[in-house]
Design a protein. Structure first.
Length: 376
């Protein structure tokens, strides 16, 4: 389970404590049929031409510091879809947006993962019409996926793309999607924090929300994959996770408590473009397999804490950088090596050819090497 405390972003998941009311991060997905409800709600399911551009009337009301939601809803909702995914007895819903001509829909991977490998996916537009869809590509690591509607979303506008680089804490935003399967839902709020790192456990994978936008706009199960927009109606983030408060018996209610997290569009767009182009996210690799060394084990073995190198791809970047199995990585880019997720995040935020500085210990001797990331 992942603990969110509203403080600085943590490099790794923090175990819950018994103090006070604990906040738990949960995928903002829809309902899974037959899923087991646990203390941590984690339910997978969830520019040109016709682009839904800026509307002169959809501006910020400086007196209330909120977006003018009525014109924004009229402008952007035709670009928002409700996604249904099914395989066998498992089914669920989520949200998405038409973000490229040809019917390409951007959403979260956990929204459609239940249908991967033989399931069915469909999209429903804001006017009630539906279309079958196919999964174009998935990136479980960043929790992003792209669908393509069979009808190419003809007659429906592409959402306008903004930038997450200029977002400021306190600026008003609007979230759109289908919480609890209720299509065309609009909520408003502000950006309450920026640059959060939110690791969220998934079905056999950890989703890494990097540089996430934190908002108090109400996001609930089913909003996953939906749009977070600015007051001009431009997409600035993809809603992905929420924090929830457990009840007296330790079971989370699963609703919004004003802590939602969205994947920045500046991170999402290049990944989505690559998924459309190749079907793969294209993240570089280190050629490393590492395991965290718990402090108790390190103390007992007389070694420093860090990342134990389990294996090295003999033809990969780590081997070329001189690393070997049984080395202990003590620093990653001059930061103490405390979590294997530091290596993962480095590959998710950098390109082929970028470098990673690693300090490691071998046979009691410390050394530093530069690892050049390579194509997988």
């Amino acid at each position: 389970m992942v603990q969110a405390d509203g403080g600085p972003p943590m490099p790794a998941a923090t175990p819950p404590t018994g103090r006070g009311r604990t906040l738990y991060l949960a995928i903002a997905g829809g309902v899974i049929v037959g899923a087991l409800i646990t203390a941590l709600i984690f339910v997978a399911a969830r520019n040109d031409g016709s682009t839904a551009g800026a509307a002169s009337t959809a501006q910020t009301d400086s007196s209330t510091a909120m977006c003018a939601a009525i014109p924004l809803a009229d402008q952007v909702l035709p670009s928002i879809v409700t996604i249904s995914a099914r395989r066998g007895a498992q089914a669920g819903t989520g949200s998405g947006q038409i973000f490229q001509e040809g019917g390409y829909v951007l959403t979260n991977d956990h929204v459609i993962s239940v249908a991967a490998g033989g399931g069915n996916v469909s999209v429903q537009y804001s006017d009630g019409h539906s279309s079958d869809a196919e999964i174009v590509g998935r990136d479980p690591s960043t929790d992003l996926a792209v669908l393509k509607a069979a009808d190419a979303a003809k007659g429906y506008p592409v959402i306008g793309l903004g930038s997450s680089a200029s977002i400021q804490v306190g600026q008003p935003v609007v979230a759109l999607g289908a919480p609890l399967g209720l299509a065309s839902t609009v909520t408003s709020g502000i950006v309450s924090a920026l640059d959060r790192y939110v690791p969220v456990p998934g079905d056999g994978v950890t989703h890494h929300l990097i540089g996430a936008i934190q908002t108090d706009a109400a996001i609930n199960p089913g909003n996953s994959g939906g749009a977070l927009i600015d007051c001009s109606g431009r997409l600035i983030g993809v809603n992905a996770a929420i924090a929830t408060v457990p009840n007296a018996s330790g079971v989370s209610g699963g609703g919004s408590v004003g802590l939602g997290f969205a994947i920045p569009v500046d991170l999402a767009k290049p990944i989505a473009d690559e998924l459309i182009r190749t079907g793969q996210p294209g993240h570089p690799t280190t050629g490393l397999q590492v395991q965290e060394i718990p402090p108790a084990i390190a103390k007992a073995a007389g070694t420093p804490t860090g990342l134990f190198v389990l294996a090295v791809d003999t033809a990969g970047p780590a081997a070329k950088a001189g690393l070997r199995a049984s080395d202990i990585i003590t620093k990653v880019d001059n930061d103490p090596a405390v979590s294997s997720e530091q290596i993962v995040v480095a590959t998710l935020t950098r390109k082929v050819g970028d470098t990673l500085e690693l300090t490691y210990l071998r046979a009691g001797t410390s050394a530093t090497t530069t690892l050049t990331l390579a194509a997988p």
